[in-house]
Design a protein around this ligand. Structure first.
Ligand code: HSE
Length: 329
């Protein structure tokens, strides 16, 4: 039975993730509405140019360039534009207008998270961001909710799908870095500006988000020690292989034992023993290990990049936001 109440959804951005979110919302709208308890209506999609060619066809009547009107009329705003501005202004406008926000924007949260969460707290809006880290893998909600009663001491793993794909293709298939990057681009793994992935910015942003959640303190992207894979050569990968290792871009977040309760967050290419489970993380997959005092070691594994995979995390947040909206929370 289709629910009575309608929630209007504004989608900001129709890139590789946004277009998949729109497609799935339109195709599975009825099912998601039943699950949410409210009819989820895609009210509009903010794009730069409604007439630009797109890989995924979207209904022309939903495309708009009028951000203000779209945001003001929405109950749930999905921000998938990426970058800082205008995404930051749109998210703040959505919060002020009383909408719940779902975002996959790791750059925004890793630099302006404190401002956004504070604005949301002031008006009782929710900001959900499962898609911001490790794409399809549920890691935000487990850290925020499932492990809220535990004490996390360490998180480490692979949180960038494109660099994992590139390093893995060089190691296993003997591809050149350029060829592997070309395929990763075709698969939609890389950011619009690939240096964000290659130079470790994307992984550092995700590490800052994970550390903030895990250690209950605001860790900014600027606090993260960052090295990318741009200086990793085919020779280094071959030498590592001969010695029984594989090179992976690792993110490590640790609680320090100093009295101030400091944290250390670092991203760098590391030698991993081929027997370690991280060595078996292939292609665009990610794996995140969480060590908690009571729970012990936990491993989260799956697709870490890709439009449709990331859309799964976005839609999970949308359904949760709709349920919360209806519950008046
Ligand atoms: N460019 C990102 C990556 C996409 O390669 O992991 C998913 O966040």
């Amino acid at each position: 039975m289709t629910p009575q109440r309608t929630l209007r959804i504004a989608l900001l951005g129709a890139g590789s993730v946004g277009s998949q979110v729109a497609r799935l919302l339109l195709e599975h709208g009825e099912e998601l509405s039943e699950r949410s308890g409210a009819r989820l209506e895609l009210a509009g999609i903010l794009v730069r140019d409604p007439d630009a060619p797109r890989d995924t066809e979207l209904p022309r009547e939903l495309l708009t360039t009028d951000a203000e009107a779209l945001i003001l009329g929405a109950d749930i705003v999905i921000e998938l534009m990426g970058g800082i501005e205008p995404a930051r202004s749109h998210v703040l406008a959505a919060i002020r207008s009383g909408a719940d926000v779902v975002t996959g924007n790791k750059a925004l949260l890793a630099t302006h998270g404190a401002e956004i969460f504070e604005a949301a707290d002031q008006v009782g809006a929710s900001v959900s961001y499962e898609a911001a880290v490790a794409a399809a893998i549920p890691i935000i909600r487990p850290l925020r909710d499932s492990l809220a009663g535990d004490r996390i001491v360490r998180i480490f793993g692979i949180v960038n799908g494109s660099t994992n794909f590139i390093l893995d293709s060089m190691d296993r298939d003997g591809l050149s870095a350029q060829e592997a990057q070309r395929i990763a681009t075709e698969l939609g793994y890389l950011e619009a500006d690939p240096t964000l992935d290659l130079e470790g910015y994307d992984a550092a942003q995700k590490a800052a988000i994970l550390a903030s959640l895990a250690f209950h303190t605001q860790v900014s992207f600027e606090d993260v020690h960052r090295e990318g894979i741009e200086s990793v050569t085919a020779d280094m990968i071959a030498d590592a292989r001969r010695a029984g290792y594989v090179i992976k871009l690792l993110a490590i977040c640790e609680r320090l034992s100093d009295p101030e309760g400091g944290v250390s967050v670092r991203v760098y290419p590391a030698l991993i023993d081929r027997e370690h489970p991280l060595a078996t993380v292939h292609g665009g997959n990610n794996a995140v290990f969480v060590e908690a005092e009571a729970a012990g070691p936990l491993m989260f594994y799956g697709a870490g990049a890709g439009g449709v995979q990331t859309a799964s995390a976005v839609l999970g947040d949308v359904v949760s936001a709709a349920r919360r909206h209806l519950a008046g929370g």
